[in-house]
Design a protein around this ligand. Structure first.
Ligand SMILES: [Zn+2]
Length: 156
């Protein structure tokens, strides 16, 4: 269990007396409990993406998933329309919204720089994709509920 996994999982790390936070040497959870926690954390990020996928499939779109040889490994790739979709979690990708503006109270500097790096990487990936002739569509998790999948400009 690495230190940053605690942060990622939103679990308070063990504290020593005097308010000093310990760097844990071993996991506080059993392996079963641990994998359940990590699964829950992961599914938080992938759920919106799956909803988008299902809706677009139902609309007749066919796509490839997580194409590794494209910059940024887009979530959905539509070769026929030369379009790619990224489904971005607001926190991780620093969206300009309430959730994206949330800064964790602990390790603030770590998160601020981590998210700044994510944003810079997203921007570079989008630029690289456009240069290769792809249209880049970014869908933000906070907007998905009200988004009509038929309005996603895949066909241009
Ligand atoms: Zn957002």
């Amino acid at each position: 269990m690495a230190w940053r996994d605690y942060l990622r999982a939103g679990i308070a790390a063990p504290r020593l007396e005097g308010g000093v936070t310990a760097r844990p040497h071993s996991d506080v959870f059993s392996p079963e409990k641990r994998s359940a926690v990590m699964r829950a954390v992961k599914s938080k990020d992938t759920k919106p993406e799956i909803a988008v996928r299902k809706a677009l499939f139902a609309l007749g779109y066919r796509y490839r998933l997580n194409v590794k040889d494209l910059p940024g490994k887009p979530d959905l790739v539509f070769p026929k329309y030369r379009a790619v979709i990224f489904v971005h979690g607001c926190f991780w990708h620093g969206h300009d919204c309430k959730r994206g503006a949330r800064t964790p109270k602990t390790n603030t500097a770590y998160w601020t720089s981590k998210i700044a790096r994510n944003k810079a990487r997203d921007k570079n990936n989008a630029a690289a994709l456009r240069k290769l002739g792809w249209r880049v569509i970014t869908l933000w998790a906070c907007k998905l509920d009200k988004l009509n999948p038929a309005n996603i400009p895949i066909k241009r």
